[in-house]
Design a protein around this ligand. Structure first.
Ligand SMILES: [Zn+2]
Length: 672
């Protein structure tokens, strides 16, 4: 008991430290990316140096009155998740940027008096493009389905539009531990990556973002137009006094919190509310920053000086009367798998133009409507079906067909007793093995790799598959005749490098695949059965495999239990699965190992503690009575687990602990 209380106390202390030592918001990694680019391309440095010379001279010029209009394209890189933000959220983001750059943002009222005199209307206006680089109609929001959304680096900047015509803003799910980054003028390692990349939940003030995060794009656009962080060229605010080369912003160490009376260096007060701070209460640019940005947008050294020319505003369609474009057809479904006799929903998420007419074609199902934006479709016959959506408005129409978008499964199980799968006579797809998310990255059958026989289930990995999730649903079981059901399978996997975190999960569904519960999850080193290798991994002998055991007792007595394997690639190495077995479990099958597992008190009356003494966490714990009947399954998240045994009859019981290295320990205890 003492150990447990102490651990809890330490956990609480640790947690409170981490809360107070870190901002809940992510930062920007522009400095790091610019530094990396200049290191790899030293020839770019002269762009910066030349622009800086003109910038310093221009601080003396009177304030600019001109409005500079900037055509913008948002490229939403997505995998149909929350990162596929709505048009409304993008339009809101443009509105926030325009408020911030015209000093009409509502929080400008909060600017402290010491800085209100130099708060500047920058005079930049951002407009979504209405013509793409080929002159075709666009609403300025480009949507691309790609796993690059999970990566968010320069390689994720898909379909760049010419940087001398558009400000490219890529929206993704992750930006490598940051909220966003942008290249300063003239510093991008190639023209195709010049622009801003930003997490979807830091775009605008609505939808997946919020007001506090809404100024992120104004900050990044500041970098794009040659503003540094207020503390200079470092990604770490609060370290040392630095200058941003702006004539009217105080020297500062920079802020990660909103301390409005903060003064870190020689000045009486820091400009904590500057958009180029990390204070997350930013609401202003200064007159000096305006001069700097105007220089950047007008100088050839920055490659931004064509954006606002009247010929470019015409070419990008932002100066003419806005045109409604032909929609691009797209839709999503509420699930992929469904039981025969059940229904699911399809939702129209077409983009680029308002849809005025819509027609669905649903093969094999009965739809609630063939014209609504969301339809419910009921499927009675098992099979794999396609759905087609046609959308149109006055300017044209578009159509999309998705094959295999719904998989209808039988409600009766394929197997009613024990089952073995050796993959010797299988193909994918077939009735027992139904793949989902079919792409170049998919489960298949290996004709040469095996634990026994000559074949196995395989996933041949590639560095280009990062973020791709591949699934293969297995057969269904009626478990009523299997006592203490347990599933075992053999796995072989090696990492490509020690930091690859490819993941394997096994999941179980009792509703024909509509919902799934995880029963097995290993990744990276824990999943490995062989040491990391930069060459393609193929197991050389049975010793390169490991048997995994998944208790299925929670499903005992159910009549339609389906299993599924799911592999998430992080660009690592190959995975193989062979010799899957579902059958009844017996303690006698197990080999005892030397792990130190303590079960106490013993004898016990109310509860027992099961503790791993050598630091390794158990994967799961089974409790069985003297006849071998399993009474309880535990999935501990720490090295000590407690179990209430008040309802157990007096007698002898067994505790079976499976460690994450695959070894097994059995201990006996007496209930009094
Ligand atoms: Zn920044």
């Amino acid at each position: 008991m003492k150990t447990k209380e102490l651990s809890l106390l330490l956990l609480l202390i640790f947690n409170s430290f981490s809360v107070f030592s870190q901002s809940e918001y992510l930062f920007c990694k522009s400095d790091e990316m610019v530094a990396k680019s200049l290191k790899e391309h030293p020839e770019l440095k002269q762009n910066q140096d030349q622009l800086e010379i003109i910038t310093q001279q221009n601080y003396n010029l009177p304030a600019e009155k001109q409005i500079y209009v900037v055509p913008v394209v948002f490229h939403i890189i997505h995998e149909y998740g929350t990162e596929n933000i709505s048009d409304a959220q993008v339009i809101d983001a443009i509105k926030v940027m325009n408020e911030d750059y015209s000093l009409t943002n509502s929080d400008a009222a909060n600017i402290v008096s010491q800085f209100s005199g130099i708060a500047a209307n920058i005079g930049f206006q951002f407009k979504l493009a209405n013509k793409d680089p080929q002159g075709n109609c666009t609403n300025g929001i480009d949507r691309i389905v790609s796993p690059e959304t999970f990566i968010g680096d320069d390689g994720s900047k898909l379909n760049p539009w010419p940087r001398n015509m558009y400000l490219n803003i890529w929206v993704v799910k992750n930006v490598q531990d940051a909220a966003a980054y942008a290249y300063l003028p003239g510093t991008a390692p190639s023209n195709n990556v010049d622009g801003i990349i930003c997490r979807a939940d830091y775009v605008g003030s609505i939808g997946t973002s919020n007001h506090t995060k809404s100024h992120t794009l104004s900050h990044e656009t500041g970098h794009f137009f040659n503003l540094k962080h207020t503390w200079g060229n470092s990604n770490s605010p609060g370290v040392s006094c630095g200058s941003d080369n702006v004539n009217d912003t105080p020297t500062t160490m920079g802020w990660t919190s909103c301390n409005l009376s903060g003064a870190t260096c020689s000045s009486p007060l820091d400009n904590v509310q500057n958009f180029m701070e990390y204070s997350y209460c930013s609401c202003m640019f200064t007159a000096g920053q305006k001069s700097r940005m105007v220089t950047a947008i007008t100088s050839a050294w920055g490659s931004r000086n064509n954006l606002w020319t009247s010929s470019n505003l015409s070419a990008t369609g932002v100066s003419g009367t806005p045109v409604i474009c032909t929609p691009v057809a797209d839709f999503t479904s509420s699930s992929t798998f469904v039981c025969a006799g059940s229904s699911l929903n399809f939702s129209d998420i077409s983009y680029n133009g308002i849809v005025t007419n819509r027609t669905w074609i649903v093969n094999g199902g009965t739809a609630s409507s063939l014209n609504d934006s969301v339809i419910t479709v009921t499927y009675n016959t098992p099979g794999t079906y396609s759905v087609t959506l046609t959308v149109s408005n006055a300017s044209g129409s578009d159509v999309v067909t998705k094959n295999g978008v719904v998989i209808v499964l039988p409600t009766t199980a394929a197997y009613t007793s024990g089952w073995t799968e050796d993959f010797e006579n299988d193909v994918i797809p077939e009735a027992d093995w139904i793949p989902h998310n079919m792409s170049t990255a998919s489960f298949g059958i290996s004709n040469s790799v095996h634990y026994t026989g000559s074949k196995s289930l395989s996933y041949i990995n590639s560095a280009s598959y990062v973020g791709l999730v591949s699934e293969v649903a297995g057969p269904t079981f009626d478990m009523t005749a299997i006592s203490n059901p347990v599933l075992t399978f053999h796995v072989a996997f090696a990492q490509r490098t020690s930091d690859n975190t490819d993941k394997l999960r096994m999941l179980v569904s009792t509703d024909c695949g509509k919902t799934w519960a995880q029963r097995y999850y290993k990744l990276g080193t824990t999943l490995s059965t062989s040491s990391a290798t930069t060459s393609s991994f193929y197991p050389s002998s049975q010793s390169s495999w490991r048997m995994e055991t998944v208790p299925m007792n929670n499903y005992a007595g159910l009549t339609n239990v389906r299993i599924k394997f799911e592999f998430t690639s992080q660009g690592g190495n190959n995975l193989f699965i062979d010799d899957i077995n579902l059958g009844g479990y017996s303690f006698a099958d197990e080999i005892l190992s030397a792990h130190a597992i303590q079960v106490f008190p013993n004898p016990a009356t109310d509860e027992i503690y099961i503790e791993s003494l050598d630091g390794m966490n158990p994967e799961y714990i089974l409790i069985a009575d003297a006849s071998g009947k399993i009474l309880s399954e535990l999935y501990p998240e720490k090295a000590i687990e407690v179990l209430n045994i008040q309802t157990y009859a007096a007698g002898i019981y067994f505790v079976k602990v499976r460690m994450i290295d695959g070894s097994v320990v059995v201990r006996k205890f007496v209930k009094e």
